[in-house]
Design a binder for this molecule. Structure first.
Ligand SMILES: Cc1cc2nc3c(=O)[nH]c(=O)nc-3n(C[C@H](O)[C@H](O)[C@H](O)COP(=O)(O)O)c2cc1C
Length: 306
């Protein structure tokens, strides 16, 4: 039997905590529409940045918060601030330390652990994670590209009775249904929400996401190296392939940092890191988070099941 989500939500859909994309406005919109919104603090996450996003969530609207392990170590106070905000769910992704799970539990907060292989499922299960985010290599953004999503969902069904959230290239109602039929208790969706009206994405990023075809993504660490971020070497990111990824495919040199800074300053997608999963081809227009959520849930925009 598929485990029920411990969350009081109408549709079993969470937006992934996307650094630089999922701020308070997007998270609030997803929660208000009946899913669970997550605020993401990514590579440039900070106490100041979380303090800017939290007030964008209206009083009474509950959201979750997602952090990144190496950023939490670098930013004293970020984890405390996240817990003080009383999120419904906390995730701290991309590290091996699981202490944050008991810290979340001490505060009555559910812990969502993102995993990349069967061993990760077992570790998250043993550490007491309330939700196991089963992330396949199809997914946008960072992750260890170790397993296909469906194979990992099958493995998780054998290894844990805890609720699993399918992650990676979930972009349509059919994708959601297939993941649930395969044993997922819900879905954790990034790319499909990235170009929403409420997201923090720049105009250039939105345009590139909407124009991209499914075959336009690539795994790379070039942006992280150019930016000097502290990502472990075995955790690349899935991004839109562009001039930058092609130029620095064999390793970055000093000029890469300048190219990246110039592209960011000019909002030029040809040189920016635009995280996207294999479902990016389904993005055709800028929509509201409520419209994306309804489409994923297979509902009409008025909220009735189709
Ligand atoms: C734009 C973007 C930013 C992301 N940033 C984060 C992040 O800050 N923290 C995190 O745990 N995961 C992050 N992810 C990964 C998501 O948690 C999730 O694994 C992924 O979005 C699921 O695949 P999908 O994008 O194909 O839906 C990001 C993904 C995207 C697309």
């Amino acid at each position: 039997m598929v485990a029920a989500l411990p969350l009081d939500i109408r549709v079993p859909i969470l937006n992934a905590p996307m650094g630089g994309i999922a701020g308070g406005a997007l998270a609030a919109a997803v929660s208000q529409a009946g899913g669970l919104g997550m605020i993401g603090m990514g590579s440039s996450g900070s106490v100041a940045s979380l303090q800017r996003q939290l007030p964008l969530v209206p009083a009474g609207v509950r959201v979750g918060i997602g952090l990144v392990d190496w950023v939490v170590r670098k930013e004293p106070g970020l984890l405390d601030l996240a817990l003080d905000a009383e999120p419904v769910v906390l995730s701290v992704s991309f590290g091996d330390d699981v202490d944050w799970i008991s810290r979340a539990h001490d505060r009555g907060v559910f812990a969502a652990a993102q995993v990349f292989d069967a061993a990760g499922v077992e570790r998250a299960d043993a550490a007491g994670a309330d939700l196991i985010v089963v992330r396949g290599r199809e997914a946008g953004g960072h992750g260890r590209p170790l397993a296909d999503r469906d194979a990992l969902l099958d493995a998780a069904a054998d290894l844990t009775s805890r609720p699993g959230l399918a992650a990676g290239a979930i972009a349509t109602a059919a994708d959601v249904r297939r993941a649930m039929d395969r044993g997922a208790s819900g879905v954790w969706v990034g790319t499909a929400f990235a170009a929403c009206r409420e997201s923090l994405a720049s105009p250039g990023t939105r345009r590139a996401l909407i124009e991209a075809r499914p075959e336009d993504t690539i795994l790379t660490s070039a942006f992280d190296q150019a930016a000097g971020y502290g990502w472990p070497a075995d955790i690349p990111e899935r991004v839109l392939d562009n001039d930058f990824t092609r130029r620095w495919a064999d390793g970055v040199e000093g000029a890469a940092a300048e190219q990246l800074a110039a592209a960011n300053a000019a909002d030029d997608p040809r040189g920016m890191s635009i995280n996207a999963g294999l479902g990016v081809g389904e993005l055709r227009e800028e929509r509201t988070a409520a419209e994306v959520l309804a489409a994923l849930a297979g509902e009409s925009v008025t909220g009735h099941a189709s």
